[in-house]
Ligand binder design. Structure first.
Ligand SMILES: [Zn+2]
Length: 452
């Protein structure tokens, strides 16, 4: 989907987690956890050596492929930004934006409806022009790296559904924001930021119930061998959950993933079927511990707060930069001011510049929360080796051993080395609490650890 547009309607998807996913009921996780030679508990357990030993279990060609995939993503972020910026500038320079506004003005005299009538062709033009890049990024490249399981038809269907969702939510957002600009004068940017946060929160609230099921089938996880220990862990951590959900992410990809979504009663923890099929009990438990961490630590509410501050910065920048640009080029682009809907491509361009530049900030916010959830998961599930094993599986699509600057700039989750180091450090500090059998012998169901 278009980048600038993605920013405009950032509200839509970010808390809904992965939309990526054929429903199969989950079989017993057959794989067994194999702990590398340097990692079993011993009196002279070495965190760094154990971390290296875990990382060394990944074959060199697999690591090279995952690095290439992830690093290619850095350039794609830049290309997404540049292509959408070029499209927005094209809409302004060709005065196509002004012409769409005039056409909308002939259809209806009501300003709110003009905004809506303008928005539909605007979204279509943008989606069509960005389609080649979307196709490469979402379909061709995903197949090249063997991450996608979708036929072209299935993929295209998801794109069309995504576009329809974006059209509805985007139309609401744009109409609300223009109404604010037209009515509230100079303080519009403060109210615009507040309205955006409210729209973001509403989207996060409805996403698990109304949006995510458009892409995947969600079923309650029934296997008591998986479900019971998870619900026990939930109770132990004060989470009043009675259900855990599974989604059919394998419909779209081979990626292992889980997420927590929703709030104020719509919250749920979902494991995807790839995770259930490819992972050991230890890995599933530590993943659930991580997701519960997001819940217990109120990450969704903190996200809303963070985006509130970020949006205030974004709209403050927008207010200043819109006036600056319109003073210079407003006449040439035939835009009559900030209340004129033809200004939309310019606003989208300026917002995309702001969000592009502040990506390391939002990545760091997210990465910090993910690290907190990792620590929570280690304490809750007590499966440091399961944690290390799942971190490596996430290395299918995320570079495992980045440099610190690279991690700061590009990672919205900690890199594999950071996560495994935390797991091995937890293990070293808890050696006396870890029962040898529950860690060493593969597949042993997790018993309560011996309390010192
Ligand atoms: Zn997480």
């Amino acid at each position: 989907m278009a980048t600038a547009f993605r920013y405009l309607v950032l509200f839509f998807a970010f808390l809904a987690g992965t939309f990526s996913g054929l429903a199969e009921t989950s079989p017993t996780p057959a794989p067994v956890l194999e702990v590398p030679a340097a990692a079993p508990p011993s009196p002279n357990f070495d965190v760094e050596a154990a971390t290296d030993a875990w990382l060394a279990t990944v074959p060199a060609d697999k690591k090279a492929r995952s690095d290439a995939y992830f690093e290619g993503g850095y350039w794609l972020q830049l290309w997404d930004f540049l292509v959408s910026a070029a499209i927005m500038l094209g809409l302004l320079q060709s005065r196509l934006s002004a012409r769409i506004r005039e056409w909308a003005g002939r259809l209806t005299a009501r300003k709110n409806l003009q905004t809506l009538v303008y928005f539909v062709p605007f979204l279509l033009v943008m989606s069509i022009l960005q389609f080649p890049l979307t196709l490469y990024e979402g379909y061709v490249r995903e197949h090249h790296y063997r991450l996608s399981t979708q036929t072209f038809g299935g993929w295209f269907r998801d794109q069309v559904v995504g576009l329809a969702v974006a059209a509805v939510l985007g139309a609401v957002a744009v109409m609300v924001l223009f109404a604010i600009v037209r009515r509230l004068g100079r303080s519009w940017w403060v109210w615009g930021a507040i309205a955006s946060v409210i729209l973001l929160a509403i989207t996060a609230l409805i996403a698990p119930v109304y949006i995510a099921p458009l892409f995947n089938t969600y079923t309650k996880l029934n296997d008591p061998r998986i479900k019971d220990p998870i619900l026990s862990m939930a109770r132990a951590n004060g989470i009043p959950a009675t259900d855990v959900y599974e989604d059919d992410a394998s419909r779209q990809s081979t990626r292992v993933s889980a997420n927590v979504s929703g709030f104020l009663g719509t919250e749920r923890i979902t494991l995807n079927d790839n995770l259930l099929q490819r992972c050991t009990t230890e890995e599933i438990q530590t993943t659930m511990g991580h997701e519960m961490g997001h819940y217990v630590l109120h990450h969704i509410y903190k996200d809303i707060l963070f985006f509130g501050v970020l949006f205030l910065g974004a709209f403050g920048f927008l207010q200043w930069s819109l006036n600056w640009s319109l003073a210079r080029w407003g006449q040439r682009w035939q835009i009559q001011g900030i209340t004129d809907v033809a200004v939309l491509p310019l606003a989208a361009l300026l917002l995309s510049i702001f969000f592009f530049v502040t990506t390391p900030l939002s990545n760091t916010w997210s990465r910090t929360q993910e690290y907190e959830a990792d620590i929570f998961g280690l304490n809750a599930a007590r499966q440091p080796d399961g944690e290390a094993a799942i971190d490596l599986k996430l290395g299918d699509y995320r570079k495992l051993d980045p440099g610190p600057v690279e991690e700061f700039l590009f990672f919205d989750h900690p890199g594999g080395r950071t996560r495994i180091t935390a797991a091995m450090r937890w293990k070293r500090e808890n050696l006396s609490r870890l029962e040898a059998p529950s860690v060493q012998s593969p597949g042993t169901p997790q018993g309560p650890p011996a309390q010192p």
